[in-house]
Ligand binder design. Structure first.
Ligand SMILES: [Fe+2]
Ligand SMILES: [Fe+2]
Length: 471
């Protein structure tokens, strides 16, 4: 039976009136569903899940909540409302009207930026595929699936751009996005952090806190793009992304809460025998996810970053709120660099330092949520504080990838690293312990012993709502 895709794919891009685009998406849609069946959440695909679906870009109510089976989710295509007479805000084309179509000379660059962003979306679904089997509650299970279907929609958002603006090349890229696999040695996902495993729910919460937040900063700088459809696509994606980071921040906050309760109740730091995650282990997980996410911003000095800016395809975070010349040709920026075995600050030309500047914005944001976790610890009268490790710690990209750096920012030798890294990063034993806590809890209103219930439910529903119907 023919499917009415214009109806099936909620959109504000006039899919009904664009036959060529509709055909491209109709061809891609069954392949996407095959990928979802193969690589999407294991189990639960025939269950009713209380999900939000984007149905418009209306700030007053862009989402609809209701029970859906995940394969029936209506993955839609939405661009934020156009800004009338929008002009390019930075770079060589500053002041010119934003481009409704891809400028020929930037076609390759824009395609690569869109593909790199698009590739992260299905990758995270693949990384989280098996987590449903060990969910700490129905509330958390629902949030996992919400994030998964929305990452699926973000893939749709990028595939829309490829199909609508890049012709045959775009269609090939759209196919390839469904063929790479997270962690596959032969056809890995493009970026390192998206090939790491997300083996347990603690990793998942840290991933959504740190790695989805990288997504926020990438999307925010692409939202400044002179290529207007990319800008509008990313602006709408950011509204969904906020929930993903909420899942991470509150998830970790609830783990910290539970650990502190147990520490107080039993007057001990030795909480593993009571089935919760000790604070030093949480710090190690934090160190891991933070450092692999810092790598996603790229090298401190990058000609690509400079070119993207000068071309007008990728701006700074909150570019339009800044009051400088938006050209940065003569400006400098302070970056951390290696000087022998010391880490020093130095002034570098601003344009090639744009990755580092975006990383700085990200680091400040990471610290804000972490401060709220520290408040939970303080409220329990416990003497412990999470800290973000030094930016040079455990890096695989940029100038610090050549050396070993301790969390407090000392360049150290291999021998000290070998001896001490089990204090700084999750050891096999830590991972095994955390893994041992992961048992499914699927009774309404019940939570695994290692995590506190949330303060409130989703969309005004109670905490013990039937978020995933298992019968
Ligand atoms: Fe996403
Ligand atoms: Fe996300």
């Amino acid at each position: 039976m023919a499917i009415d895709y214009a109806e099936r794919i909620p959109n504000n891009v006039d899919l009904a009136g664009n036959r060529r685009l509709r055909r491209a998406l109709e061809e891609w849609q069954p392949k996407f569903l095959a990928w979802w069946r193969d690589m999407g959440p294991l189990g639960f695909q025939t269950r009713d899940v209380y999900l939000r679906t984007a149905v418009s870009v209306d700030a007053q109510g862009w989402a609809q909540f209701g029970y859906v089976k995940m394969p029936d989710y209506r993955w839609g295509i939405f661009l934020a409302e156009p800004e009338p007479a929008r002009a390019i805000a930075f770079g060589d084309h500053k002041g010119q009207p934003a481009w409704p179509d891809v400028p020929g000379e930037y076609r390759g660059t824009l395609r690569r930026l869109i593909v790199t962003q698009g590739d992260t979306e299905p990758a995270s679904v693949e990384q989280q595929q098996h987590l449903g089997r060990t969910c700490p509650s129905l509330y958390d299970l629902r949030n996992l699936f919400q994030v998964n279907v929305e990452e699926g929609r973000h893939l749709w958002a990028m595939v829309y751009l490829l199909d609508a603006h890049f012709g045959r090349d775009g269609r090939e890229e759209a196919e390839a996005l469904l063929q790479r696999r997270s962690g596959d040695p032969d056809k890995p996902r493009i970026l390192g952090a998206f090939n790491e495993k997300t083996p347990d729910w603690l990793s998942y919460f840290f991933f959504t806190y740190f790695t989805d937040r990288d997504g926020k900063y990438q999307l925010a700088s692409l939202a400044e793009s002179g290529f207007d459809p990319l800008s509008r696509t990313c602006r709408f994606m950011l509204t969904e992304e906020a929930h993903h980071m909420f899942v991470g921040e509150t998830g970790i906050g609830r783990v910290v809460q539970r650990t502190c309760e147990v520490m107080r109740e039993h007057r001990t730091d030795d909480v593993r025998r009571h089935g919760v995650v000790d604070l030093p282990t949480l710090q190690k997980y934090l160190n891991f996810h933070y450092s692999v996410s810092l790598d996603l911003f790229g090298s401190e000095i990058s000609t690509n970053a400079a070119n993207f800016y000068t071309m007008g395809v990728k701006g700074r975070f909150e570019e339009t709120k800044k009051t400088d010349d938006h050209l940065l040709k003569d400006a400098t920026y302070t970056i951390a660099q290696l000087d022998g075995d010391r880490i020093v600050s130095r002034e570098a030309p601003a344009l090639p330092s744009l990755n580092e500047r975006l990383r700085d914005d990200y680091i400040a944001d990471c610290a804000r949520g972490m401060a709220r976790w520290n408040q939970v610890i303080q409220r329990h009268g416990i003497d412990f504080e999470f800290v973000l490790p030094h930016r040079g710690f455990h890096r695989a990209i940029g100038c610090f990838s050549d050396v070993r750096v301790s969390p407090d920012g000392r360049v150290i030798g291999q021998a000290e690293w070998d001896a001490r890294h089990p204090e700084w990063l999750p050891s096999d034993e830590d991972r095994a312990y955390v893994g041992s806590l992961m048992h499914p809890v699927v009774e309404r209103g019940t939570f695994a012993g290692w995590i506190a219930p949330p303060a409130r439910g989703i969309n005004g529903q109670p905490v013990d709502h039937d978020y995933v119907r298992l019968s």
